[in-house]
Design a protein around this ligand. Structure first.
Ligand code: ADP
Ligand code: MG
Length: 186
């Protein structure tokens, strides 16, 4: 079986000449199917760049990246990837449901309302579904991002700093939620 994630000899250089920034150098990363991996490191060490390469949003300067034996861009095209970015764009005038529906709308698909309500429950937003986003705290927007990432029941879920901006209780809740999703095989 192919590694879930395979990064071999990955380097990424942004810019050129005297302004070149080496974000990654000879990075190796291999994970088994069904595993859960957290990247830890100081700001600027290349964590988001790794996620963006796995998401097919950046091309490595050298090296090879595969997810489930496929090129990241193919994985994204086949909707086998769920991403929650650190600053994901939500529409503040829409409700929780409205923001989750957005993923269907952008893909030109009819929203599956039953599934949306199931996801809302799963991420612990079931009592907030109709409220407008403006009324939300950071923890709720993070949960919406997570629900959006889960919509296509993806093979790979990438979460960039899912607890940033949360207070200690919110951080704890988000960690418990992520572990719960892992235990449920999401
Ligand atoms: P982390 O997520 O670990 O904080 P990043 O992957 O965002 O780190 O960044 C790694 C390095 O690459 C940093 O020095 C950052 O400034 C640089 N970098 C990231 N993206 C770009 C970009 N699009 N253009 C130029 N430099 C970038
Ligand atoms: Mg980052």
């Amino acid at each position: 079986m192919a590694d879930a994630i395979q990064l071999s000899g990955i380097s990424k250089v942004f810019g050129s000449g005297s302004k070149a920034v080496t974000a990654l150098k000879d990075t190796e990363l291999h994970t088994d199917q069904g595993s859960f991996l957290a990247l830890l490191g100081p700001s600027g060490c290349g964590k988001s760049t790794i996620l963006r390469i796995l998401a097919g949003l950046e091309t490595p300067t050298s090296g090879e990246a595969y997810v489930d034996g496929k090129a990241p861009a193919d994985l994204r095209r086949d909707s086998e990837l769920g991403i929650a970015f650190q600053d994901h764009a939500l529409l503040p005038w829409r409700s929780v449901v409205g923001n989750i529906r957005l993923v269907f709308e952008v893909a030109g698909r009819r929203p599956d309302m039953d599934y949306i309500h199931e996801l809302i429950k799963l991420v612990g937003l079931d009592r907030a579904g109709k409220r407008q986003l403006q009324e939300y705290c950071k923890g709720m927007t993070r949960r919406i991002g997570l629900a959006q990432a889960l919509i296509n029941d993806p093979e790979l879920i990438l979460l960039d700093e899912p607890t940033s901006g949360l207070d200690p209780i919110g951080t704890r809740e988000m960690k418990d939620l992520i572990l719960k999703l892992r235990d449920q095989g999401k």
